[in-house]
Design a protein around this ligand. Structure first.
Ligand code: 3PG
Length: 306
């Protein structure tokens, strides 16, 4: 059986070696497609694969149709909005993610971006410190929890809101104050960091009605997905408030315009950088390889999402 690792944005070399070793030790064939520039390359490579390991690579219905032997897709990472779950389920293909494996890398980037925008994106002028300020964590999952801990270590007062956590004790044990609603979170926090997946409920949900509630020095940090932020609301916030700042891990469509107009208050990465560390690649990549082998050999479906 063949397990293909298809990564348009490649893993670190050490991670690739580790994935190869796990797959070959299990007696399977290892195949690699990296830095591909055309989806035709993926369609060709996936044809005879039994397993597929990906990052943010798009597994569309077309990819699923081309993959004649495919039994499992493992997204080495948390968000699986890049996988057509229905197309996979219709062909009895199991889809998994590797939750938590790259969370620390993303949480570290939250802190890095928060400090960078607070220092005027390294343009001349006086910046401000984050210590003593309020940090709001919107969605308290693996990344949110670590970002909260780092925020506290920096001397910030940390609030969190999560629609799926109603028990205050979950937050209190981490020294985090529970916000009862997104509105409360945005009203109380100068910095808000978002950590929800992109889905029908969350797309464009970070909008003007929430952002305009933020106090002076309002700063939004998005290391989640660009789709969850309403870009028109971002433009409006920048136009109306000269204190508003936005740091985005992956450039929004309006990035060039924002960079030109507000170079000291807007920061974005050209490609998603949150999980771009050797450690995160190794953690997520090796977990994906183990999960692929575990499923193909023993039918283990832990972390199945469809
Ligand atoms: C994730 O969902 O795990 C992160 O966004 C990382 O995505 P990447 O593997 O494409 O860097």
């Amino acid at each position: 059986m063949k397990i293909l690792t298809a990564t348009e944005k490649p893993f670190a070399k050490e991670a690739v070696n580790g994935i190869k070793q796990i797959i070959e030790e299990a007696g399977y064939e290892f195949a690699l497609l990296e830095k591909y520039t055309d989806k035709a390359q993926l369609l060709e490579a996936v044809k005879d694969a039994d397993g597929l390991i990906i990052r943010s690579d798009k597994v569309t219905s077309e990819v699923v149709a081309a993959a004649e032997n495919l039994k499992i897709v493992v997204r080495a990472g948390a968000g699986y909005d890049n996988v057509d779950l229905k197309a996979c389920s219709d062909k009895n293909i199991v889809v998994m993610n590797t939750p938590g494996q790259n969370s620390n890398a993303v949480a570290e980037l939250v802190i890095g971006m928060m400090i960078a925008v607070s220092r005027n994106c390294f343009t001349p002028g006086t910046g401000s410190e984050v210590s003593g300020k309020t940090l709001g964590i919107h969605a308290y999952g693996n990344v949110g929890r670590i970002a909260a801990r780092y925020g506290k270590a920096l001397g910030m007062t940390v609030y969190a809101y999560d629609p799926f956590i109603k028990d205050k004790a979950v937050f209190e044990k981490d020294g985090v104050i529970m916000a009862e609603s997104p509105e409360e979170l945005y009203s109380k926090c100068r910095f808000v960091s978002i950590h929800m997946p992109a889905n029908e409920q969350t797309k464009k949900s970070i909008n003007y009605s929430l952002l305009s509630l933020m106090p002076k020095g309002a700063t939004l940090i998005n290391t989640a997905r660009k789709e969850v932020v309403d870009e028109e609301s971002i433009s409006r916030m920048f136009e109306e408030r000269n204190d508003f700042r936005y740091a985005a891990d992956i450039a929004p469509a309006i990035a060039a315009e924002l960079k030109e107009k507000y170079p000291n208050r807007f920061l974005s990465t050209p490609k998603k950088m949150g999980a771009e560390t050797a450690e995160a690649n190794i953690n997520a990549g090796l977990a994906a390889a183990r999960q692929s082998v575990g499923f193909l050999k023993d039918g283990i479906t832990k972390f199945k999402v469809n």
